[in-house]
Ligand binder design. Structure first.
Ligand code: HEM
Length: 212
């Protein structure tokens, strides 16, 4: 049987489909949880409960818009090359603007540490900056540059997931004395690691695909 025979392709495809399904279920769960926390934030730790009290409108808006972005960004990428891409893209862009603009207000309201607040602010600037660059490129007909910017923007979005994964791992295995240090580090690495990983992967793929 040839390596590229339909049977072989099906065997290789199943694990990939399974992994993507698990990731999408996790993303959907996080998005729904984020949006519901806007209404049910009673279980929040002290540091976040204060923010809800200080920003009773802005913080819930951030949570709902942030949660929605986790669904809208992958949906828009999935729908590329269909007539729905533009429609979803516009809604996603508006939603990211809302989540991104509200983020620094939430970050600087009684911050856990100044370094964590700076990390969240840098993330929102990178997020909206990549979105703006993506829109500017497509408006000027540069499809490839648009794709690259949006892939990088999606990587920054995934920071919201990695932040929670790293936090859960820390809660399980970390030393609670150093929580503030870890929190500050997490606010930077949760989005910059996926951003750099996607950038490196993208460059390598471009180099492999470009003619010698
Ligand atoms: C990508 C740019 C984002 C930035 C810069 C950002 C920033 C922040 C900040 C600063 C806080 C308060 C935590 C603190 O100050 O210690 C926060 C909390 C929160 N954010 Fe975002 N956020 C972003 C994206 C998202 C996304 C995509 C979601 C969707 C899950 C989201 C959902 C939430 C929720 C639910 C909270 C409440 C606390 C929690 O559940 O951890 N945010 N965000």
């Amino acid at each position: 049987m040839k390596a590229t025979s339909p049977a072989n392709v099906a065997i290789y495809r199943w694990p990939l489909v399974l992994i993507i399904t698990i990731i999408m279920l996790f993303v959907t769960y996080t998005a729904i949880r984020a949006m519901s926390e806007a209404y049910f934030s009673d279980g929040f730790p002290e540091a976040l409960a204060i923010k809800v009290e200080l920003l009773p409108l802005i913080f819930p808006i951030h949570m709902v818009a942030g949660g929605l972005s986790l669904l809208l960004v992958p949906a828009t990428i999935y729908l590329r090359r269909t007539r729905f891409h533009k429609f979803f893209g516009r809604i996603a862009a508006a939603d990211i603007l809302v989540a991104g603009i509200t983020a620094p207000f939430v970050a600087w309201a009684v911050p856990v540490t100044i370094i964590s607040a700076a990390g969240f602010t840098a993330q929102s600037v990178a997020w909206m900056g990549l979105l703006a660059a993506g829109i500017w490129n497509i408006r000027n007909g540069r499809v490839k540059a648009h794709q690259t910017c949006m892939l990088l923007m999606a990587a920054v979005t995934s920071g919201a997931l990695f932040f929670r994964i790293f936090l859960a791992l820390w809660a399980r295995f970390g030393d609670h004395h150093y929580f503030n240090d870890f929190y500050a580090l997490n606010a930077w690495i949760a989005w910059s690691i996926p951003l750099v990983a996607v950038l490196v992967f993208h460059r390598l793929r471009e180099r492999t695909n470009s003619p010698a």
